[in-house]
Design a protein around this ligand. Structure first.
Ligand code: GH3
Ligand code: MG
Ligand code: MG
Ligand code: MG
Length: 311
């Protein structure tokens, strides 16, 4: 087989970068043997992972919510508990449906191992396991879990953050502003008369328009700005370290540039405008209220002429 050496080198480079990204991966270990648990903790900690050891199985559910691991490593026999029923319990929560669960057990019976995995886990590692192998398996799974979570939080049409992630990021920015007394703005953007764009040119063309705005935002805004598709034809942007005048200038610029784009559908050319509302985070008691403020400002703009920005 011919081997494409440069491509292979690129791939190896990419893989080692992913490996680096797994640093700080979060591992929860449920193990009733305290000495063994401490050993795993040391090994994984030395591998650059953040580790939480649970020796009391009944605490797993509450600790999960607190620690939010990327992977759960579990013993099977923890009298009077069974790891299998614990895994089933974890899986019963929609929130933890995608959490990798790996058994780490000295159970040698193959049928037992297969049945244990079938009941809600991802894999079974038979003890003893070498330290290097443990670190490598856990890191690989952490990397994959993080990549999946990242993918799941992105909108498939535009690649922008989805509703849930943008709200999370806005809340983070809000507390940063409160803590350090910084200024930041949040803006809500909504396409004007978009229903008629769809009705006239079709949904596929409508999708192109939505993607164009996403691309414009990506190019026009700073790397540190947070951009999300809030809903169908609604976008939210968060501008850290940004005062009123600057926020107005940026959003007005986005508005102008967007209205200048000429779309075409079956040889008919058309343009689309947008309305935006801005709120300064510092003027509100919480992130949710600031977002409502931006929404109200946007509706104000809709009522007073569209194609522009209101603060
Ligand atoms: P306004 O200026 O008041 O915002 O009018 P509008 O027509 O834009 O507002 P409305 O909320 O009534 O309509 C939004 C439209 O956006 C309706 C829906 O079909 C369309 N839409 C939502 N999501 C998508 C999408 O993913 N793709 C396409 N093509 N259209 C979408
Ligand atoms: Mg045990
Ligand atoms: Mg709308
Ligand atoms: Mg609209």
């Amino acid at each position: 087989l011919p081997v494409d050496v440069p491509a292979l080198a690129d791939r190896i480079e990419q893989l080692s970068q992913e490996w680096e990204e797994s640093a700080g991966g979060r591992v929860m270990i449920v193990e009733d043997d305290e000495e063994l648990a401490e050993h795993y903790r040391l090994v994984l900690d030395n591998g650059g992972l953040k580790v939480k050891v649970i020796t009391e199985p009944s605490e797993v559910m509450s600790e999960l919510a607190e620690f939010r691991p990327d992977i759960l490593l579990m013993d099977i026999n923890m009298a009077p508990y069974s790891g299998v029923s614990l895994a089933r319990m974890v899986r019963f929560q929609p929130e933890w449906l995608g959490l990798p669960i790996v058994y780490l057990s000295s159970e040698h019976d193959r049928d037992m191992q297969i049945s244990a995995v079938a009941q809600g886990a991802d894999d079974f590692i038979e003890k003893p396991i070498s330290d290097t192998r443990l670190v490598s398996v856990v890191k690989a799974r952490c990397t994959r879990a993080r990549q999946l979570a990242k993918l799941a939080s992105r909108d498939s049409l535009t690649g922008l953050m989805k509703h849930s992630l943008i709200k999370q990021e806005l809340a983070k920015e809000f507390s940063r502003c409160q803590r350090y007394g910084q200024v930041a703005a949040v803006a809500m953007l909504d396409l004007d008369h978009f229903k008629s764009v769809n009705d006239t040119y079709g949904h596929a063309t409508g999708d192109t328009v939505i993607r164009s705005l996403a691309n414009l935002l990506r190019h026009r805004l700073r790397k540190s700005d947070i951009i999300g598709r809030y809903g169908g034809e609604e976008f939210v942007v968060v501008l850290p370290d940004c005062g009123e005048a600057q926020a107005l200038r940026i959003l007005q610029d986005v508005c102008d540039q967007f209205s200048g784009i000429v779309f075409s559908s079956q040889d008919v050319e058309f343009q689309v405008t947008l309305s935006a509302g801005i709120a300064m985070l510092g003027a509100f008691g919480n992130a949710e209220a600031a977002l409502n403020g931006a929404d109200e400002a946007m509706y104000h703009r809709k009522k007073h002429g569209r194609n522009g920005v209101t603060l």
